[in-house]
Design a protein around this ligand. Structure first.
Ligand SMILES: NC(=O)c1ccc[n+]([C@@H]2O[C@H](COP(=O)([O-])OP(=O)(O)OC[C@H]3O[C@@H](n4cnc5c(N)ncnc54)[C@H](OP(=O)(O)O)[C@@H]3O)[C@@H](O)[C@H]2O)c1
Length: 288
């Protein structure tokens, strides 16, 4: 059997990719720590358990790689997986990477460089996900519970992308539809427009009728918020520091990569909000 191993296959991007690939008749093995009983092509896969890696890769000639989440140091867990994928001659591997460079996380850059160096393999550098505005992301949770966005990003803008468009771009590269990674093998994936958190709050307010206000906080406070929802301290600090980069304009970028790869423009933030209009309904929970 040949097909695509989708790591993170139960996540936002991986599940959308699985649907697209299967819809196009491509065999997909969904990797998860808790594989679904109802899916005969699901495989148990845990980054922390290397014994699961070879079995998940077995027979697959393509891979969508979602690296270990909430980590500033993915390489120790991913390095043996990449070696096994090379040994098994996986011909196409697409890494879900990030446009934002996490401070103090050289291992993430090393991972992207390793993938980029392999012929036929490609790196997606995804901009901030629109889905961060939905639960269970802390940003979406805060909007839903308190009608507010707390950020250290100031008026800095981000080329927000819908995870479904990342999946569509990955699908184009993994489906054998004739799209070959170009020479760079590196795709900056963004939505059609860069928006500040203030812009996003205004769209949410206008489209849902739920007033969403902005609260400007310091980077340290954001790191504490992330620690409070269970993120490891190093990762929480790095993620909060991304907001310094946003404030400095480093994420204020848009690309044509989704259109180039899929033939369709990426979804707008307004369309995303319309698609999830009930997600921000006021729960009536008193503010803390
Ligand atoms: N949010 C953003 O703005 C943004 C921007 C750029 C890049 N990214 C990148 O996007 C990735 C997350 O993608 P997503 O949002 O589509 O995923 P997601 O919805 O957060 O889901 C996480 C996925 O990772 C899997 N997973 C978690 N721990 C695992 C482990 N120990 N072993 C194996 N699998 C594990 C989960 O599978 P099971 O629970 O089923 O095992 C799940 O499928 C991250 O690497 C992040 O850096 C995010």
């Amino acid at each position: 059997m040949t097909g695509v191993l989708v790591t993170g296959g139960t996540g936002k991007t991986g599940s959308a990719l699985t649907e697209l690939l299967r819809g196009g008749g491509v065999a997909v093995r969904v990797a998860s720590r808790n594989p679904s009983d109802g899916d005969p092509d699901a495989a148990r896969f845990d980054w922390g358990d290397p014994a699961t890696h070879a079995a998940a890769l077995h027979g697959m000639d393509r891979v969508f790689l979602v690296p270990p989440t909430n980590s500033v140091d993915p390489m120790p867990l991913v390095r043996p997986f990449l070696a096994e994928a090379q040994r098994l001659r996986v011909r196409r591997l697409v890494l879900l990477g990030s446009a934002a460079v996490l401070p103090n996380a050289p291992s993430a850059l090393e991972l992207a460089a390793r993938v980029r160096a392999q012929p036929g393999w490609a790196v997606l550098r995804a901009s901030g996900f629109m889905q961060n505005f939905l639960r269970p992301h802390p940003l979406g949770e805060r909007i839903r519970r308190h009608g507010e966005i707390r950020t250290a990003a100031g008026a800095g803008r981000v080329g927000w992308i819908d995870a479904r468009d990342i999946a569509a771009a990955a699908s184009a590269l993994l489906a054998d539809s004739g799209v070959e990674p170009d020479d760079r093998r590196d795709y900056l994936l963004t939505g059609p427009q860069a928006l500040s958190y203030q812009d996003a709050a205004a769209i949410l307010t206008a489209r849902t009728g739920r007033p969403v206000r902005m609260v400007h906080i310091a980077t340290d406070e954001q790191a504490a918020n992330y620690r409070a929802v269970g993120m490891p301290a190093e990762f929480a600090a790095a993620l909060a520091a991304v907001e310094d980069g946003i404030r400095a304009g480093r994420e204020d970028q848009v690309s044509t990569a989704v259109l180039d790869l899929t033939g369709r423009p990426p979804r707008t933030f307004t369309a995303f909000v319309q698609d999830h209009a009930n997600a921000w309904v006021d729960l009536g929970v008193p503010e803390r």
